[in-house]
Ligand binder design. Structure first.
Ligand SMILES: [Zn+2]
Length: 111
């Protein structure tokens, strides 16, 4: 079983990650909004901007996903369910939690 102390360690780690990730997601959103009024002189430049926006959209998706995983993990710590696989109910190994503190499933259940 995981000790409360360990649990708190993971919690502060996750809270740090949540903090920096939400800043990144916000920054990505800002990057995109400038596109609204921009008129580029030549079309190749415009195409480049569209590509950039697609990349940012994609990044935003990935980071938002990670952010919700982290938030879920913090919630599971608060509910004392952290470290237990959501899928099979077995304990998640400590080495896995160290590598992926936000994970909610054990290595056997991971796709
Ligand atoms: Zn499992």
């Amino acid at each position: 079983m995981m000790t409360d102390e360990k649990m708190q360690e993971y919690k502060s780690l996750l809270e740090e990650q949540r903090e920096s990730l939400s800043k990144r997601v916000q920054a990505l959103g800002k990057d995109k909004t400038r596109q609204g009024g921009s008129i580029s002189a030549d079309s190749s430049e415009q195409a480049q901007e569209i590509v950039n926006d697609e990349v940012i959209d994609h990044l935003e998706d990935i980071e938002s996903d990670r952010l919700s995983n982290i938030e879920l993990a913090i919630k599971r710590i608060d509910e004392n369910e952290y470290g237990v696989c959501m899928s099979c109910g077995e304990e998640i190994s400590e080495s896995r939690l160290k590598a992926l503190p936000h994970t909610a499933i054990c290595i056997k259940c991971s796709p």
